[in-house]
Every structure is written in structure tokens, then in C-alpha cells.
Ligand binder design. Sequence first.
Ligand code: KMH
Ligand code: ZN
Length: 310
Amino acid sequence: MPQEKVIVTAALTGSVHYPSMSPYLPLNPKQIIEDGVRSAEAGAAVLHIHVRNPENGMPTPDLDIFREVLTGIKAKTNAVICLSTGGGMGMSTEQRATPLITFKPEMASLNFGSMNFSVFPGAEKIKEWKYPWERLAMLASEDYIFPNTFKTMREFLSIFAANETKPELELYDLGMVNNVAFMINRGHLKPPVHLQFVTGILGGVPSTVNSLVTLVNACREAIGVDNFTWSAIGSGRYQMPICAVALAMGGSVRVGLEDSLYISKGVLAKSSAEHVEKIIRIMRELSLEPATPEETRKTLRLKGSDKVNF
Ligand code: KMH
Ligand code: ZN
């Protein structure tokens, strides 16, 4: 049976899209804050946050930029902040962990296995580059392995526990389900865990109905039906179709410019808020309601926005 309330997450800028791909990708703190506030007003209960160097749009672990964005969003919305610990390509594990340790958010992403993570085919479509680093970074991703070893995951999980931050486990492939079950069995993770199934990344599962059904069923078997909540991401063109499948299966959804730059065929989205409005229109047609931030805190057992360090 589908759930009645759906947690809508807006992922505002991420690190897999590049400034040359869309003039609407928010790059500086003011733009990220504005898009976050608009997305929350449109009905997103969770805002997933990366930050970028305002000079050139490159993903950065800079704590001052994070602080500006986090405090700016918190001043204007009650939305749950879900910090990224995936960071950007080439960031060290320490650089990915420091924002979590510093700001102690209610929630943060945790990528649950190492994988090829590539965006290089996208470089062929770009005619004019805004910044020189973009082309080099995109092409370098052909040889990139996103490192999330068992030791890294274990160390991250102890940081999450020490800060009472709820991990949102990002699963890109079937083997990662096994990683979750293993970490629960070893006592490094306490159920119920919250999972984010990511489809359509080159290096992970394709964006198909079967991928999502297989991942969810594998979790039901390996982790137990009552031991997880979940949400789904469809990358690029498959953002809305995968979210629609997730809704039909009783899951929650993530939208936003981190995952797709388009709002419809050939039309760039001007803000993640447009995606939020669109998925909520689809939800209402399916008699589903968006969860409020407070309902989300209750469902995911979050510590509360008064216990973060920003
Ligand atoms: N960029 C997405 C494919 C993270 O930030 O830790 C997954 C993601 C991971 O959001
Ligand atoms: Zn992210």
C-alpha cells in the first residue's frame, strides 16, 4: 500500500552538474539559499546541501561557505538540512567528513560502497565552457573511483552516531544492500535505517522500474521490511519517472537540480523549486500528500533543528 505522506527532498546544486550545463545551477551562497527557501516553500521537507566556490562554481568543502548557506537557510525555513558527505570528485575523506563534524546536522548523506562514478560522456555535449576546470574534471571522471571502503563507512558511521546525525544511505547498486545488512549485523548501524536509492549514475544501476523494484525487494529480504524507510532518485531524464515509480511503491522522493537540470523535454528548470512543484502536482493526482518538516523529523526520528551546530 502506498504511504499517505511522502518526504520530498530537494537537492539544490550537488557536484555532478557543471556551470556550463545550465545558467540556473545555483553556484554562490545567495543563490543556493534562495533556491532552498523557494523549494521549502513549495513543499520540500528536506534540503540536501553541497556548496560551491562562488568564483568558479567548483564543488568545495569550505566551511565558511557551508556556514553561510546553512545559517541562511535555517533563518528562513524549518526544513530539515541533509548535508552531503559525498562532497565532490577528488575530495579527501577528511574533507567530506569535516562539515558533518563541524555543523552536526540532523541528517547527512553517506554513500554506501565504492564505485565507478562517471560523467565524462556529458562533456561531448558542451559547446562552450564557462570555466577551464570543468572540462578537465568531467573527462577525468572516466578514471574515477568514488572511494567508500568498509573502513571509511565504519568511521563515518561512528561520526554520525557521536553527533546524533541520521545517515541517509545512498545505494547505487545491488551489492550496496549487502553492505547495509553487514553494517547492521556488526552493530555499526541501528535500524530503522533510511535509504536513498540512486538510479542512472554511470557506474550504478540504470534508471528502470526493475532496478528500483530489485533494490527495494533486496532490502526487504536482507534488512527486513520494518527496518528501513526509503526514497528514490532518478538521474537526468529519468528524474520524474523514477520518482513516480517510487510513489507507486510507497517510497519517498528526491528531486532538484543536483539530479536533473531539466523540468521537461528540452526545457531547463530555473530552480529546484520547479521540480518540487511538479512532483507535488503528480503526488496530489495520486492522492498523496507531502510530509511537513516536523512530520519528517518524527518519521525519521531526527534529533531536531535545535541540536545542530549552525
Ligand atoms: N549526487 C547524487 C547522485 C552525496 O551527496 O553524498 C548522490 C548524492 C551523494 O547526493
Ligand atoms: Zn549530493
